[in-house]
Design a protein around this ligand. Structure first.
Ligand code: AMP
Ligand code: MG
Length: 351
């Protein structure tokens, strides 16, 4: 038995009674985890400094890593920000509700406990109906970082939340597997030109179609591993499995061959080996524990199952993991950003 009360529902069939109960819980300073389309969030009242403190404590998250404030309705944006730039409003119209977080200068309504001491605030309007109804029931403002223990892969199933936080929070809403599986795209509007602080489902090209020029924070580029990213959360080693993870990049045949050789070597040393690959190459691996994350032809499936795969390998006590690179056309940037962080930027290039 876990301490948290677990309730199941789907977006098609909201359990309004449970959502009202969760709303009251949040308004009274409690914590409830809930599904969004990106990953599961750990929610608390964003305007209550004590609730924010509890979130940091439950996750073991450094208190200088700010939380994203989730809203359900557009009229709730103005009260928590100093101003809304026209470009941000245009982006909100195009992408909200959805997997987009925007950074604004904050109004005094938002406590520094929620923003990790910053004068800016991150805001998102999730698409998930469960999330939005919960936010309304809770009074309109829910601070919700990913519902994992800090440093572990983000949760894409309610079971992941139970595993990490079941004993530390009051309630978990189980809405099944999330749709996207990677955290939201973060765009900073506190500078002249909007800046992408974290890649996600919405990529640079999609944002540029709406905003014109968009910059990318140099701190999140892999070749700049030493430049400090502007989003404090991107500085930490994140999304990490317990096993040592290496990404192998190059022509497909070379990659599978190299991974097979390395796997054989490690297995001979008595170590447990996991292999992260796509469905197309899965049949070529004969040794180790093979986890086909998804298909290269349907990159959404790769994004959706990536964290699940990393958690599964943790559960099976893998010592080493070899992963193919997933430079897919639309979400490749976001997928590789998470994978590179999980690997501590360990990449083996084969020719
Ligand atoms: P999570 O909620 O776990 O997906 O993490 C939220 C991410 O948003 C972290 O990387 C934070 O550092 C980032 N973030 C939140 N608020 C701000 C802000 N005001 N300025 C820059 N980054 C932010
Ligand atoms: Mg997180």
């Amino acid at each position: 038995m876990t301490r948290a009360k677990i309730v199941k529902m789907t977006e098609e069939h909201l359990d309004m009674e449970a959502l009202r109960e969760a709303g009251v819980l949040l308004r009274n300073g409690g914590l409830a985890a809930f599904p969004t389309e990106t990953v599961y969030g750990l929610g608390g009242n964003a305007l209550d400094p004590e609730a924010s403190r509890k979130i940091y404590q439950a996750k073991g998250r450094p208190s200088d890593n700010p939380l994203i404030v989730h809203i359900a309705d557009m009229e709730h944006l103005a009260p928590i920000v100093r101003e809304i730039p026209a470009s941000a409003l245009a982006l909100a119209k195009a992408c909200w509700p959805g997997p987009l977080t925007m950074i604004f200068w904050k109004s005094p309504l938002v406590p520094y406990e929620t923003t990790g001491g910053l004068d800016s605030v991150a805001v998102r309007m999730p698409e998930s109906r469960i999330a939005r109804e919960l936010i309304r029931q809770a009074g309109g403002y829910v601070a919700a970082p990913s519902a994992n223990t800090s440093g572990r892969p983000s949760p894409t199933l309610a079971e992941h939340v139970v595993e990490d936080l079941g004993e530390r929070i009051d309630m978990i809403i189980d809405g099944g597997m999330v749709k996207i599986g990677l955290e939201s795209t973060i765009v900073d509007f506190t500078e002249e030109v909007p800046v992408i602080l974290r890649p996600g489902y919405l990529n640079r090209q999609m944002l540029e179609e709406i905003l014109g020029t968009v910059k990318v924070d140099p701190g999140i580029r892999e070749e700049n591993a030493k430049v400090r990213p502007k989003a404090p959360g991107m500085r930490y080693r994140h999304y990490a499995p317990r096993a040592e993870l290496t990404i192998v990049e190059g022509p497909e045949e070379k990659v599978t061959e190299t991974i097979r050789e390395m796997a054989k070597e490690k297995l001979a040393e008595g170590r447990r080996v996991g292999i992260l690959c796509c469905r197309e190459t899965a049949g070529q691996y004969r040794e180790g524990r093979v986890f086909p994350v998804g298909s290269r032809l349907g990159e959404d499936s790769i994004a959706r199952h990536l964290y699940e795969a990393l958690r599964q390998f943790d559960q099976e006590n893998m010592d080493v993991i070899y992963s193919e690179a997933f430079d897919t056309p639309r979400m490749g940037q976001a997928i590789m950003n998470r994978l590179l962080k999980a690997a501590g930027h360990k990449v083996l290039e084969v020719q």
